[in-house]
Design a protein around this ligand. Structure first.
Ligand SMILES: [Zn+2]
Length: 139
């Protein structure tokens, strides 16, 4: 179901709870919502009002992916940049890593399976932004 975006900073500042296989409907709502917004790169579940660590993003090939409980490991090549946010006005200066390994879970037949993905550039950047959202960090 397409959900309305949340801009309340108090809600967005709360760290998200770990997601479980029960949160399949949250993932589906994120997929429906990202498809409904033009040029939307990524949405975290708390941006649609669910404080769970589930995110959805669009990669360079325009494919949409879901991650449960994403985290970053082995980040390389830090750089400073400015980032905007779907649910916040203005831009914020942040440090991002150009290359990183992301650990996450994928829901397959009702079970969460651990996965690992090496990302660079744009995808690495938006995933770092999404992980910040899961931690309740506003960019
Ligand atoms: Zn954001």
């Amino acid at each position: 179901m397409i959900k309305e975006l949340i801009t309340d900073e108090e809600l967005l500042s709360q760290p998200c709870e770990p997601a479980t296989a029960e949160d399949a409907d949250v993932a589906q709502d994120l997929l429906d919502t990202i498809e409904s917004i033009e040029d939307c790169a990524c949405i975290a579940a708390n941006q649609i009002g669910v404080p769970k660590a589930v995110i959805v993003y669009r990669n360079e090939k325009d494919r949409v992916h879901v991650m449960f409980n994403p985290s970053m490991k082995r980040a390389l090549r830090p750089y400073r940049t400015e980032e905007g946010c779907l649910t916040r006005e203005g831009a914020t200066k942040v440090t991002r890593y150009d290359q990183a390994t992301f650990m996450y879970q994928e829901l397959v037949d009702g079970v969460l399976i651990p996965r690992k993905k090496e990302c660079r550039g744009w995808t690495a950047q938006i995933l770092q932004h999404m992980i910040d959202h899961c931690k309740g960090k506003l960019i």
